[in-house]
Design a protein around this ligand. Structure first.
Ligand code: NCD
Length: 320
């Protein structure tokens, strides 16, 4: 991974000047460090609200795909740390619509900003951007590839809600083929002693590449097309949206869009102490009646995301 260190900056700070492209960059020590900083950020926000840690720093938030949470939580994170944001949420109103290439767009924005958050429909786009940029690039989703900051906030949520990761049974359900959040999260979870259930319609199964990585890491994986056999032993039910925008044919989407719907009846079969997570947006895969169940953690999950993104911004800018 490229390291971008302006002259005179500290070389010992973890992730200082680095790009965040994949969860593969994080080992257990790194996770402990990120989550330690994120917990401090949570304290700061709870007690003070906003501080001046990144005063004078500017984030360019470039989104080539729709986003509500990722873009606004990065904005909130930057502003709570006293920094400011150049929002490019509608690339169709930017020079991208005139045919500007990704390398040129990032080389433009880095002239104005200190760090770039990028969401793009192509797998590997963040790595390409990082090759051209000399300021840190943070991958906010590269097509069906990865979504590393989401996986970090997902793991932070699991620890905050259930106190530990080792020993847990995690069940991922929905679109495991196109869902980048589960690609990143399953890789991150393979660093721990967990059991993983992968539940999806056969056409939306977890990619072979990731199954191979999980096998190499020694993670016990059960693949199923129904929740029946796994819901009772699940500690974390991670639900995903069927990624309509990735399908070539509408009919294929229609055939699987309601394959799994989590309702109060589903949770009746689950443990009393477990959590339901979702990266959101939700469409029909969790009914609104589930929202009032204390096990529904998806709204709390969003808030944890801001603390984790505050930690990551402070880290890559050398202030954590
Ligand atoms: C996810 C994404 O963009 O991959 N959303 C998010 O960042 N919270 C999940 C999705 O779009 O379904």
């Amino acid at each position: 991974m490229t390291t971008h260190l302006p002259l005179g900056d500290r070389r010992d700070a973890p992730f200082y000047g680095k790009d965040i492209i994949s969860v593969r960059q994080f080992g257990l020590d790194d996770l402990e460090y990120v989550f330690g900083v994120a917990r401090e950020m949570r304290e700061i926000v709870t007690r003070i609200g906003t501080i001046d840690l990144l005063k004078g720093k500017i984030l360019a938030n470039i989104f080539y795909e729709p986003s509500t949470r990722t873009s606004s939580s990065f904005t909130a994170a930057m502003e709570r740390l006293g920094g400011s944001v150049i929002p490019i949420n509608e690339v169709r109103y930017s020079s991208v619509s005139k045919g500007e290439s990704l390398p040129d767009t990032v080389r433009t924005l880095e002239r104005y900003a200190d760090v770039i958050v990028l969401r793009h429909p192509d797998v590997g786009a963040s790595a390409v951007a990082a090759k051209y940029a000399s300021k840190p690039i943070i991958n906010a989703g590269d097509g069906v590839g990865e979504h590393p900051t989401q996986a970090l906030l997902d793991l932070f949520t699991i620890i905050a809600e259930l106190d530990q990761v080792n020993g847990l049974t995690v069940t991922m359900v929905g679109d495991l083929k196109y869902g980048r959040t589960v690609h990143s999260l399953s890789r991150l979870l393979s660093l721990f002693d967990i059991r993983l259930n992968l539940v999806s319609p056969p056409i939306l199964a977890m990619p072979e590449e990731i199954l191979t990585e999980l096998a190499t890491a020694g993670t016990p994986v059960t693949v199923a097309d129904t929740l029946d056999g796994v819901i009772a032993t699940t500690d974390v039910l991670y639900v995903t949206r069927v990624q309509k925008e990735r399908f070539d044919q509408e009919s294929a989407y229609e055939s699987v869009k309601d394959a799994f719907v989590i309702s109060p009846a589903t949770l009746q079969k689950a443990k009393r102490r477990m959590i339901v997570m979702h990266p959101l947006p939700r469409v029909t895969e969790i009914t609104m009646e589930v929202d009032d169940d204390p096990r529904a953690a998806y709204f709390r999950q969003m808030e944890y995301g801001m603390y984790v993104r505050m930690a990551l911004l402070a880290m890559v800018l050398g202030k954590a």
